[in-house]
Design a protein around this ligand. Structure first.
Ligand SMILES: Cc1ncc(COP(=O)(O)O)c(C=O)c1O
Length: 387
């Protein structure tokens, strides 16, 4: 069986973790988390990183702190129609107006024309871009229009560790960005997430948001305490915060996983390139989309977006018969998911997302997928679609 994902944690990682645990180290957030944050920042190219419990809490904290930064209690947030639920959920739960935009078929990221026109019309305060399936979703038009119109650009890189926008890694372009280290992502810390930014004051807000809003989490603790001499500085709450902390165990694993990340990204990208080249040069070239903007990618999965619904049904049967596990492209068009019902959501026309919703699926990519498997998949598709 070719699974959607396999664990990037090896027996050697678990053995190392067990050995370390036998030294009875501190287990709640501490030096391991700080060390992993430093290593992650240096790998990504961001000034600051804040480790949290997972990618969803990373998204929540990033959005909540972005709203504080721009001084809006109810900012209007733009998201792509094809993304993961928790890219959108924080804004819904905080009662903010959300606009859902169509996606570009080549990047599966937000449609530049639609979103730039909304930014120019003054319809958005925050644009939360998702780099879906490891494809860079940013373009100069999006980045420059956000800057010119004062829209806060933030990036969900939970599926795109190491992808690039030009020379920069995604996650270093907007005000802040998020990563997930859940099972099946480019690297895993069992559960885990990271929020990255170049702005030290913003990073400080993120650290407070992660830990109850307590001033002692701040790098400016003394200054904050001095502003509130009437309150015991050890329990001074300077902003509303929750508890999104990681344990030391996750960070211990994160440091080991990071050492293998570039090699794992290489495997994923080789598989994706082989897959697209083979399909492009096969008799099924017109039936399955291959024209993705792969420059700078850090492939998360192999997309199978078919020409039409009948081909899609057949493709699904073929992958099932081949023993290849598949699933919708992330969550399909979120605009069709019941989770949005009753919330303040505006949906722009989403023909591309609708097509991905009805004609798309993906199969797994990762170190568990070898190039011979990719060839067998394409051979199977060619044979199956010919009949
Ligand atoms: C694009 C995207 N954003 C956010 C998340 C949430 O990450 P987590 O599963 O760590 O909560 C995911 C998870 O798969 C994702 O794919």
């Amino acid at each position: 069986m070719w699974h959607l994902a396999s664990d990037t944690l090896a027996a050697s990682d678990i053995d190392a973790l067990a050995d370390w645990l036998r030294t009875h180290p501190r287990l709640t957030q501490g030096e391991q988390v700080r060390a992993f944050e430093r290593q992650w920042s240096s790998w990504l190219g961001s000034a600051e990183s804040v480790m949290v419990s997972n990618g969803s809490t990373a998204n929540f904290a990033l959005l909540a702190c972005t709203a504080r930064r721009i001084g809006k209690r109810h900012p209007r947030v733009g998201v792509a129609a094809v993304t993961w639920s928790t890219n959108v959920t924080p804004a819904l739960l905080m009662g903010w107006p959300v606009t859902v935009f169509d996606v570009d078929p080549r990047t599966l990221g937000v449609d530049a024309e639609q979103v730039c026109s909304a930014m120019r019309n003054g319809d958005l305060d925050i644009l939360f871009v998702t780099h879906l399936l490891g494809l860079n979703a940013l373009s100069p038009a999006i980045v420059e229009t956000a800057a010119a119109t004062g829209v806060a650009l933030v990036e969900d890189c939970c599926e795109a560790h190491g992808a690039r926008y030009g020379a920069r890694r995604v996650g270093t372009v907007g005000l802040g960005s998020t990563f997930s280290f859940y099972f099946g992502h480019h690297m895993s810390t069992i559960e885990g997430g990271m929020i990255c930014t170049d702005d030290p004051a913003f990073a400080d807000d993120l650290r407070l948001m992660r830990a109850h809003g307590l001033a002692r989490e701040s790098h400016d603790f003394d200054a904050l305490a001095a502003q509130h001499p009437e309150i015991d500085r050890r329990f001074l709450f300077v902003m509303p915060g929750l508890n999104f902390r990681s344990t030391e165990l996750n960070a211990f694993l994160g440091k080991r996983q990071l050492a293998q990340l570039d090699e794992r990204i290489g495997v994923r990208n080789r598989n994706m390139s082989t897959f697209l080249d083979r399909v492009r040069n096969s008799p099924v070239a017109g039936a399955i989309r291959t024209d993705y903007a792969t420059e700078g990618m850090s492939s998360f999965a192999l997309p199978l977006v078919s020409r039409d619904a009948a081909t899609h049904r057949r493709v699904r049967e073929i992958v099932d018969q081949l023993g290849v596990e598949s699933r919708p492209v992330v969550a399909g068009n979120l605009a069709h998911q019941p989770m949005l019902a009753g919330y303040d959501v505006t949906v722009r026309p989403t023909p591309v997302a609708d097509h991905v919703h009805t004609c798309g699926l993906y199969v797994g990519n990762g170190h568990h997928v070898g190039e011979p498997m990719v060839h067998q998949l394409v051979d199977g598709l060619v044979a199956g679609l010919a009949t």
